[in-house]
Design a protein around this ligand. Structure first.
Ligand SMILES: Nc1ncnc2c1ncn2[C@@H]1O[C@H](COP(=O)(O)OP(=O)(O)O)[C@@H](O)[C@H]1O
Ligand SMILES: CCCC(=O)OP(=O)(O)O
Length: 355
């Protein structure tokens, strides 16, 4: 019997929704959220009803009977560090998504909404390869301050999905390759995949990588400490400068790279410089990961929404193409990867992981 699934993928700048029958996509929709729209809500959990309504409206518009679904699958969020896999949204897992065990990010809403809608219609809910999948090698955890270890927070689902897609296209196994995967979405993550494990990654949320449409990435630590203790800002205000209001938002007032491209086309030299700085930072992250892989890099895979921007990708290749050949998969394979994760469990190919 075939399985109909509803897939919910909340990102920082979008909500992506898909309905599948087994692995066949019946319909999908991506709704983009401007900074102003998101700013109306004090916290991620406060966005729940707004994002739920978008999903229910889409199903209604498609005249789709929600009761014909057998499973709801959400993108997994800021749980404790865990191995990759498919997890049922248990009470413990739901609790950790609600409190944001490792922090606040839109992906926390994936599991919360999957469980809420699943419970309403009496079907199971799952998350797959959440953003906290942790395969770091021990030495990658060192930051220089023992109380502040580096952590694995990244686009695990899509990084793994595109790496496996690349391996399949080359007719080899993911476990035989060394890859650098660059995901450029609302956040940016650059991961070193060594023989099927992400042994090092720049944390995409509030970590040490490149700036992104809405995040600061690494900032000078002394200056940040002085800002924190200046008395001019609350903790929440400083955090907002790092996550939400950082990066392109801070420099240009938009989280949408298409706006940035338009500004540049219209002759805005400041916008052009900001974009060049972004490209430089991402390429410096790629260079770092080439050392993690000791120079043995089979390919650099570029993905995420910003990978649709040819000018950005061409300039990146100009700077970092000497390391390894580039392969570009614009957007992401997350909806299908989520559907497949649940199907593997429902078809008995894999056991659901225990949280
Ligand atoms: N077709 C496109 N061309 C250029 N930039 C795009 C395109 N589609 C999305 N983007 C940009 O990609 C970023 C969002 O990427 P995405 O992976 O969809 O984000 P998220 O899932 O984190 O919300 C935004 O800055 C958006 O403007
Ligand atoms: C929290 C890590 C994943 C991430 O940054 O996702 P978005 O780009 O969708 O915000």
């Amino acid at each position: 019997m075939s399985v109909k699934s509803l897939i919910i993928n909340p990102g920082s700048t979008s909500t992506k929704i898909g309905v599948f029958e087994d692995e066949t996509l019946l319909f999908e929709e991506t709704l983009r959220h401007s900074t102003e729209e998101i700013a109306q809500y004090a916290s991620i959990v406060d966005q729940k009803d707004f994002r739920k309504q978008i999903i229910l409206d889409l199903l209604k518009e498609k005249d789709f009977d929600i009761r014909s679904l057998q499973v709801i699958v959400g993108r997994g969020g800021m749980l404790k560090p865990i191995p990759g896999g498919t997890y049922a949204v248990s009470d413990d897992l739901l609790h950790d998504l609600k409190i944001g065990k490792q922090g606040q990010h839109a992906s926390n809403l994936g599991g919360i909404l999957a469980r809420e809608i699943g419970d309403e219609i009496g079907v199971p809910s799952y998350i797959v390869d959440p953003v906290v999948v942790d395969e770091l090698m021990p030495i990658a955890r060192y930051s220089g301050v023992p109380e502040l270890p580096r952590t694995s927070v990244f686009h695990a689902l899509n990084q793994k999905a595109v790496a496996k897609r690349y391996a399949k296209e080359k007719g080899v196994s993911y476990e035989s390759l060394n890859l650098i995967v660059v995901h450029m979405g609302g956040g940016v993550s650059v991961g070193a995949h060594e023989k099927g494990r992400v042994i090092d990654v720049f944390n995409a949320l509030d970590g040490d990588g490149a700036f992104s449409p809405e995040r600061a990435g690494a900032v000078p630590s002394g200056a940040l400490i002085r800002m924190c203790f200046s008395g001019e800002y609350t903790e929440k205000e400083v955090y907002k400068k790092i996550v939400g209001g950082g990066g392109f938002n801070a420099y240009l007032g938009t989280n949408d790279m298409r706006d940035v491209a338009k500004m540049i086309d219209e002759g805005d030299t400041h916008a052009d410089e900001v974009r060049e700085a972004f490209i430089l930072q991402v390429c410096k992250n790629i260079g770092s990961m080439s050392c993690v892989l000791k120079g043995k890099v089979d390919a650099i895979i570029v993905t995420g929404g910003i990978a649709y921007n040819k000018a950005v990708v061409d300039k990146m290749e100009e700077r970092a193409g000497f390391i390894a050949p580039f392969t570009v998969y614009p957007g992401e394979d997350e909806l299908l990867a989520l559907a497949q994760g649940a199907l593997r469990v429902l078809n008995g190919e894999e056991k659901a992981m225990e949280y």
